[in-house]
Design a protein around this ligand. Structure first.
Ligand SMILES: Cc1cc2nc3c(=O)[nH]c(=O)nc-3n(C[C@H](O)[C@H](O)[C@H](O)COP(=O)(O)O)c2cc1C
Length: 379
């Protein structure tokens, strides 16, 4: 009985210790590949990562691919990078450099960089080259980006070189493995290149495991900004945008200059001006408010047209200028304009907050009581 108890306790202790130590390192193998060479290397790297049973590899790609062999490789997001214990990067060599799609992916990591989110995380690089021209330079330029992120760069040295077939050129480099894909008198990546890729993965898993917990991976994950869908907001607020008003003169409904959209509108609705005239003479304040609502909705309708129908592309309402047909002694232009400003913030939230100017005018085109000029920043 005592023996059974001791054996059970021993088994439980082993299971417990395995659970403590056995939390596998999660390693992302992040690739771009045109012809599949990098992907083949990635599969070997992944095998190496998982060879000791202490790490799990996740192969993902940075952009969609038409290559059937890459069809089932999932797409990675920038936000998920911080959730791993290490990242093995792979791409083709483009002119002795990192490939363009991989570079584009990195251009989206500025937020991670400014938050120090990848600092201390191990990284390694493997690449598929053609002739091999500039292959080591290419890995080095890849390393530049990773160094700026503060990642721990894991090299290969001369690991495995004594076991490779030296009768043909091989893609071994001290920084990381490559493949010489255009030297196709032999299937590429060669057996030796694949062997080196596996060793690179195995070594990388060891480093990732050793560094596991030394940098705050998950804690630093980037909070995804709460993205509000503007179409849903409009629906919820039962705001229906009017048809885009046609220009009444020799001008454009909007002009885009860089990322800025410029729009000017009056209180035109269904071909007629809403409550035309001068405040305090022809119409009252409530009527001007209605005219202002009609005007700002026209602005939004033109804006929607300017961003191809998707108001989610609006990054900021930069400035609104409200011009009201008022008597000379009128001073409460700000109150009148609040109708437009409040609606802007109601719809766009923070993005809707803007700089503002208001004026009184003795007359406004087509006898509108209000004209609004608007500037938006868009994607
Ligand atoms: C724009 C471009 C530039 C390239 N520059 C190089 C280069 O400088 N050196 C090289 O050896 N191969 C170069 N290549 C060839 C690719 O690196 C090679 O085809 C690689 O194996 C592609 O990897 P993949 O099979 O994963 O798509 C270039 C290819 C392209 C499309």
């Amino acid at each position: 009985m005592n023996k059974i108890f001791k054996t059970t306790l021993l088994i439980l202790t082993i299971v417990f210790m395995n659970n403590i130590q056995g939390q596998e390192a999660k390693i992302l193998v992040l690739i771009h590949s045109d012809n599949g060479g990098t992907y083949t290397l990635a599969q070997e790297v992944a095998k190496g990562i998982e060879s000791k049973g202490n790490a799990k590899a996740f192969i993902k790609k940075v952009k969609p691919s038409d290559n059937p062999s890459l069809k089932n490789v999932p797409l990675a997001t920038v936000e998920e990078l911080t959730s791993y214990n290490g990242i093995a990067f792979g791409s083709p060599v483009y002119f002795g450099n990192i490939s363009t799609p991989m570079s584009e992916f990195f251009s989206k990591t500025v937020d991670l960089w400014s938050k120090h989110a990848l600092e201390g995380m191990p990284a390694t690089v493997f690449m598929s080259a053609g002739s091999g021209a500039g292959k080591e330079l290419a890995i080095q330029s890849f390393w530049n980006t990773l160094a700026v992120h503060g990642m721990v760069l894991v090299s290969n040295g001369i690991m495995g070189n004594d076991t490779i077939d030296k009768t043909v050129p091989q893609g071994n480099t001290v920084l990381g493995v490559t493949s010489l894909a255009s030297l196709n008198n032999i299937k590429r990546p060669t057996k030796s290149e694949r062997h080196l890729a596996k060793l690179q993965g195995e070594n990388f898993a060891n480093v990732a495991n050793a560094l596991k917990g030394t940098f705050p991976t998950h804690k630093k994950s980037i909070e995804k900004k709460e993205e509000v869908d503007i179409n849903t907001v409009l629906k919820e607020k039962q705001i229906k945008l009017p048809e885009v008003p046609k220009p009444a003169g020799s001008y454009q409904p909007y002009v885009r200059s860089g990322n800025l959209i410029f729009i000017n509108q009056v209180a035109l609705k269904d071909g007629k001006i809403v409550h035309p005239g001068k405040l305090g003479q022809d119409i009252n304040e409530e009527q001007v408010n209605e005219a202002t609502t009609a005007t700002i909705l026209n602005v939004l309708s033109v804006l929607q047209d300017a961003v191809g129908g998707d108001l989610n592309k609006v990054k900021k309402c930069v400035q609104l200028t409200g011009i009201f047909n008022t008597k000379d002694d009128f001073t409460k232009h700000a109150d009148l304009m609040n109708v437009a400003s409040n609606l802007m913030v109601d719809i766009f939230g923070e993005k809707g907050k803007h700089a503002r100017a208001t004026y009184g005018a003795s007359s406004i085109p087509v006898n509108s009581s209000v004209e609004i000029q608007a500037i938006f920043e868009v994607e």
